[in-house]
Design a protein around this ligand. Sequence first.
Ligand code: ASP
Length: 297
Amino acid sequence: MIGVNKIDKKYSLALHGGAGAVAGRDYAVVEDHLRGLIEASQANLAAGASALDVVEYAVAEMESSGLYVAGRGSAPNTAGYVELDASIMDGATREAGAVAAIVGVVSPIRVARRIMQVTPHVMLAGNGALAFAREQGFEEVSDPDTYYVLPVGVYESEIHEQKHGTVGAVALDLSGGFAAATSTGGTFGKLAGRVGDSPMIGAGTWADDDIAISCTGTGEHIIRAGGAISIACKVKAGATPEVAIDEMLAEVKRLGGDGGIIAVTRDGNTVMTYNSEGMKRASVSSSEAVTVATFGA
Ligand code: ASP
């Protein structure tokens, strides 16, 4: 019996840094960061950390790095300020938490998890989300003019090159639990109050007993294409995760958008697929070495 359990023990993990990567740009610094982060996260998973703790940790690290369009690396909306979306889901309990259009917190994903833990709600938005974060003592951005990497002045030139970005993490832990987390500054040129797929459970983020999924890409199209839950339902009905993901991304494309998806599956595999120009990504599992890439297959 002990032998069987040992054979069953496996973990897997995938990270994305957004599907807004632009061909020809050098992402060496981002890839180095992803490598260090996935190695640290892998060590936690291998030591028995829960998938939920690991995805929260990885996303919070990406938020604070300033290297991605999430947390510190987010761009302002057309009204000139940064609004953030994030969500997290625990597959085993099906508990979930999310923040939408929150302003001024350092780590939206940590606020999302706290909403999941201490409120009866799944999502808090705008001023209510900020009031909750304050009451819970979460760190706030002291000076938005110096904290965010992309000041308002950079916005116009950036918009032509990189239209969107997001970070996400999905994990299967040694106990067989799945979790997914996603955090974003949203799309460039978004209106104040715009909310994309990333904080919507079932759209940008999903985890159940068979799969954990985090999406990136043009959020409006991901929502309209059925999002992560459409993939999970197809997998439950017998489709392979690869086919279900390809079909959802094809629908995003058909509707006029693009994007990418990372998933970990019950058999311990990681899937990382995109139909944009590139997707910053990394994966590892108990049977596969670390991979890090932005372009190519
Ligand atoms: N999906 C995100 C949003 O629409 C953006 C992205 O993933 O690049 O807010």
